[in-house]
Design a protein around this ligand. Structure first.
Ligand code: 4NP
Length: 150
């Protein structure tokens, strides 16, 4: 079984959304995938995803309310086939920790390597809708391009 780790800074907004979206696709299409998410920081360990992330996910039929934030584990590089960063800073941080092959989600879905904007600093809900739409498109494209979704 292939495995995917989505990584952002806090693991309470973007990577839990990517995690939930990928899980939903995997469930709906019977894909055998192990999917998880983590933060490069330790700031929110044990916390559920932020309220707006839970809300936008729920509006799209994705339940991420049971996820809890974690930071990177030493075993992650050996455990996961794909480690996917939400922005270029996350990618840089992972590389400086020794992660050898780090994917950037913005390289998929036609976003030309763009960062997924950090919605934690958004004023209000509309930014979360944009982030959800971007992640949904990029995650689908990633699964197709990497042949994890035949
Ligand atoms: P995330 O968003 O990386 O998408 O989970 C953030 C959440 C919290 C903070 C930064 C980004 N923070 O500074 O606490």
């Amino acid at each position: 079984m292939k495995s995917i780790l989505f990584v952002c800074l806090g693991n309470i907004c973007r990577s839990p959304l990517a995690d939930g979206i990928a899980n939903k696709i995997a469930r709906e299409h019977d894909l055998e995938l192990h999917i998880d998410s983590a933060g490069t920081s330790q700031w929110h360990i044990g916390e559920p995803p932020c309220e707006n992330a839970v809300k936008i996910a729920a509006q799209n039929g994705v339940d991420i309310s049971g996820l809890r934030a974690r930071t990177l584990h030493r075993s992650d590089p050996d455990t996961f086939d794909y480690v996917i960063a939400m922005d270029r800073q996350n990618k840089k941080d992972l590389e400086s920790l020794g992660y050898e092959q780090v994917y950037l989600i913005g390289d998929y879905g036609g976003f030309d390597g763009a960062d997924v904007p950090d919605p934690y600093f958004f004023d209000g809900f509309s930014g979360f809708e944009k982030v959800y739409t971007m992640l949904d498109k990029a995650v689908r494209d990633f699964l197709k391009k990497e042949k994890l979704w035949p």
